[in-house]
Design a protein around this ligand. Sequence first.
Ligand SMILES: *Cc1c(COP(=O)(O)O)cnc(C)c1O
Length: 397
Amino acid sequence: MNKEEIIKSNEDHFMTVFSGRLPIVVDRGQGVKVWDSEGNEYLDFLAGIAVNALGHSHPEFNQALKEQIDKVIHCTNIYYIEAQAKLNKLLVENSVGDRVFYGNSGAEANEGAIKLARKYFKVRDEERYEIITTTESFHGRTLATIAATGQKKYQQSFTPLPEGFKNVPYNDLKSLKEAVSDKTAAIMIEVIQGEGGVNVGTQEYIQGVRKLCDEEGILLILDEIQTGIGRTGELFGYQHYGIEPDIFTLAKALGNGFPVSAFLAKEEVAAAFEAGDHGSTYGGNPLACVAAYTTLNIILREGLVEHTAEIGRYFQERLNELVEEYEFVDSVRGKGFMLGLEVDLDAKALVGEALEKGLLINAVSETTLRFLPPLIVTEEDIDEVISILREIFVEKS
Ligand SMILES: *Cc1c(COP(=O)(O)O)cnc(C)c1O
């Protein structure tokens, strides 16, 4: 198919939910670069929205998947799976979780986490089922997860939503305290809100939330779907705050592009689940587990978490130069390779201009540009991005 046919097929046959697709057809990728169907080259500083942690076409990752495809792709959790066993061990040994369950998308992991929190109180004969979340959060697109997502634009067309969710402002401990009732089962937050605009939870807030949960005897669920697996310069976002969640969820970078998600919990919490309480046909299948195991193994072995912390700081410094240079560039937010640049310009238009200059980024609000590069990017890649941004900004000043 040529480019026009591909675009037309989307217009004619695809559900009309992605109106603002950018006018390129992605053809292939290598490392931090991707090429479109016309051979144009791009620096990929979006990584499929924080997914391609190892970059594109990582040789060891691709090889591991190819070998597994020729062995067995899927079998069902009725049988034991070696790759799953290896992944369980790697995740549990490198996190505060004691038990894990696998799904296929972020929303599905959050659904599982919510079910586990409710079950935890059912087995204790306590009528606690409510989950408190924050406004500007993002937890997924299923009915329960849009109820959890504190943004009206995702909710309003789909009411009535499942009951038992309350949304309160982020980084606001007082509102959170007021929202807790004798029906509250859990507080569910992101340590850095991703889709809501790269909003960083303060030390005081995140630690305060943990303390509040302890005082009230309720559970802390961290949605680490975007912040997890090295993205912020720690393997998991909670490590920046010196706290431990009771349940946390992973997806995005976990499979480096292969659809796989997980939720992990402390033993005492996980113990609430009994046979038959949860399940998944595909979840944790051999190919998905090889993808996740290989990704995590490479990230840990190659020191990509430390690399992200170090080069992420360099990236922030370079972005801060732009803040100094241009009055319409306001501030930088984020940690590691999860960064937002606040501008006094139309961020969506800037994304289009960046695309024309060979840079893939996106906008998380009218005025926020977001950078989520693969964890492998170097200072040279960042220098290139800064010079592209400077070219765009120079034309505006
Ligand atoms: C992307 C994301 C989700 C949803 O993941 P899907 O795989 O699209 O269902 C949930 N929570 C956070 C924090 C995310 O960034």
